[in-house]
Design a protein around this ligand. Structure first.
Ligand SMILES: Nc1ncnc2c1ncn2[C@@H]1O[C@H](COP(=O)(O)OP(=O)(O)OP(=O)(O)O)[C@@H](O)[C@H]1O
Ligand SMILES: [Mg+2]
Length: 463
């Protein structure tokens, strides 16, 4: 697929040079000679990336950036500036720029930043709140803990499988902190080779190495006063781990080729989808760094362990991506929900989000059908007393509230397990205690034989 880039600069020479470099790399380029022209072009067509000069008459690059954040919130923006003061850069990052490029720059530097911005995918809009939906008791407790941790300066380590919402949680920590007015800066430690990651994190001075045509502050400096997300920390090379540890201890960074250390003030949030303790044990992650990072540890359960979140999230994504912004929106037919509930979601919430989004694109009507999901075939039919079939015919349809759906699901699951609450809770992906609370809430207390047994035997302590 052609990736479309809008390049904005008031200097025609610059526009031509950038256009030529990027066209050679196979990108689709549109140019605009002013911020006003750029805004017109933005309304006509979709762009994957906007590259804009910072200093332009009338509408400056920063003004344009702010407008783009509301017009096209998902497109990454890279700013080009000749006035490479850290203040410009920090302002740009604070307003949601992906990165910036200092003039003069080499064609490699240009290609590099464009590639990284495109690979990073859709940007999240800092201004929108990052809703984390869940009804899972364990995850809810984690979120509560996160809310408290947000107010402290403690380093947070988020350990969870891929696609569970680690970045979302990191952003929530930032938003709820005293640092929310400053930048949230994310660095993916898995995406860059060691030397590039080093200069990305710590910055460099002009002439520090071939290609360092101007100085550049690192992400630590850009996150000054704000939050620095070290994504996929488990992938960091040992040498860099040592350097990172020193930075965290000294609270200052040395730019590559720099003479004096620069003080830093960034709150650190690190994420990993690997078991860091295991990496420590196998000698691939420094123990001292692990202890530094692991001040507050938050984990997010994988989606298959909180299946109750599946209808909730599916509904949310239907509304988010549906063509019909109306109240009713697109709904899931019972079989579709069945299939969503039965699937194991190795890619977690991200996979569910993609599945729903893709299905909506394929779905001609207002009902999402099972075949639109394009999920792999479900596992072989469960045994007679299994519960996989149980959701079928539960009567999920448009216009049913989440609460009602939940009540029916619980009641039907209990029927299928012959009233066995332990098995029902397991199948629903909730704790026995939660199931009991819900049964009370819905006035279904008398369902389930455990209860009956307990009553007759007068022996079971209730949970
Ligand atoms: N509980 C949730 N409620 C709403 N949206 C969610 C939730 N969890 C995840 N998402 C959405 O799922 C997608 C993946 O989340 P995110 O990028 O934060 O995951 P991640 O753990 O960082 O993934 P990866 O390990 O692949 O980097 C995002 O679009 C996010 O908004
Ligand atoms: Mg992530």
């Amino acid at each position: 697929m052609h990736e479309e880039i809008l390049v904005v600069d008031d200097e025609p020479q610059m526009l031509i040079a950038i256009q030529e470099t990027l066209r050679r790399k196979g990108y689709g380029i549109t140019t605009a000679g002013s911020g006003v022209e750029a805004l017109c072009k933005l309304k006509e067509k979709f762009y994957h990336l906007v590259l804009t000069d910072m200093r332009m008459p009338e509408v400056s690059g920063l003004d344009l950036l702010k407008k783009i954040r509301s017009l096209l919130p998902q497109a990454p923006v890279v700013l080009i500036t000749a006035y490479g003061t850290i203040q410009n850069a920090v302002d740009a990052m604070r307003h949601g720029a992906f990165d910036y490029l200092l003039k003069p720059f080499s064609s490699e530097a240009l290609e590099g930043v464009v590639r990284r911005a495109l690979d990073a995918g859709p940007q999240r809009n800092e201004k929108t709140s990052h809703t984390i939906l869940t009804q899972d008791p364990g995850f809810s407790r984690t979120l509560q803990l996160a809310g408290q941790a947000a107010l402290s300066e403690a380093t947070v380590l988020i350990e969870a499988e891929s696609g569970t919402g680690k970045e979302l949680l990191a952003r929530m920590l930032h938003q709820k902190s005293d640092r929310s007015k400053s930048a949230f800066v994310a660095v993916n430690c898995a995406a860059l080779p060691e030397n590039l990651l080093e200069s990305e994190l710590f910055g460099f001075e002009k002439g520090a190495f071939t290609g360092a045509v101007s100085s550049k502050p690192g992400k630590f400096e850009l996150a000054h006063g704000g939050t620095l997300l070290l994504d996929e920390i488990g992938e960091m090379a040992p040498i860099l781990q040592a350097k990172l540890l020193r930075v965290l201890q000294e609270k200052e960074v040395d730019r590559i080729g720099g003479r004096a250390p620069v003080p830093i003030d960034a709150r650190i949030v690190a994420t990993t989808n690997r078991d860091l303790r295991e990496l420590v044990r196998s000698g691939n992650f420094r123990q001292d760094l692990y202890y530094r990072l692991n001040v507050v540890r938050l984990t997010i359960p994988p989606l298959r362990e909180r299946r109750g979140d599946i209808p909730l999230l599916a509904d949310f994504f239907c509304k988010k991506y549906g063509k019909y912004p109306s109240e009713a929106g697109v709904s899931l037919d019972p079989d579709t929900l069945d299939r969503l509930m039965a699937y194991s979601w190795p890619g977690n919430v991200r996979e569910l989000e993609n599945t729903v989004q893709r299905a909506l694109a394929l779905c001609p009507e207002e009902i999402l059908r099972t075949q639109d999901l394009l999920l792999p075939n479900p596992p072989p039919a469960p045994s007679a007393n299994g519960t996989k079939e149980s959701v079928r015919g539960t009567g999920f349809s448009a216009g049913v509230t989440m609460r009602e759906m939940e009540r029916r699901l619980i009641s039907r699951t209990l029927e299928d397990t012959g009233g066995n609450r332990t098995r029902a809770a397991k199948s629903l992906g909730i704790s026995l205690r939660t199931l009991r609370n819900k049964l009370n809430e819905f006035g279904l207390q008398d369902r389930g034989f455990e209860n009956r047994q307990a009553k007759s035997a007068h022996s079971h302590a209730s949970l």
